[in-house]
Ligand binder design. Sequence first.
Ligand SMILES: [Fe+2]
Ligand SMILES: [Fe+2]
Length: 166
Amino acid sequence: MAPKTLEDLFTDGVKDIYYAERKIIAALKKMIRGAQSEDLKAAFDTHLQETEGQVERLVQVFELLGKPARGKTCPAIDGIIEEGQEILEEFKGSSAIDAGLLAAAQAVEHYEIARYGTLKSWALQLGKNDVAKLLDQTLQEETKTDETLTQLAETKVNVKGQSKAA
Ligand SMILES: [Fe+2]
Ligand SMILES: [Fe+2]
């Protein structure tokens, strides 16, 4: 077998994030249903639609790479999503549910920011500028979402979560 290269690492990373984005779509749908705050539901819904676009963008990336769009199980995102599921179940009906969901969602965004940041820089190193541009568009959306969630946490959701009754 030929020695593995940065190109192989990059392809594996794209497969990983393709798997992750599709898991995130399913998780966001549950989080929209579980959230109490209308603002938080709206933020999750906006990002759900963006995430559907991000999956399409990854399909374009696979096309540019001349590879079939195929996911690869990513244990990191599985763990992060599982933790979010636990919050959904354990804090159902609690005034702290939104604070918990916000924290879970930010863990997802930070994971994505780390992965897209790495993939974009590898794409540039490999001279795949078109691919890097697509990955950067998604990176910008993830960063903006993270900022929106921070703002929600600081202004509304966590403040409310401190009270005993919703
Ligand atoms: Fe995403
Ligand atoms: Fe995201």
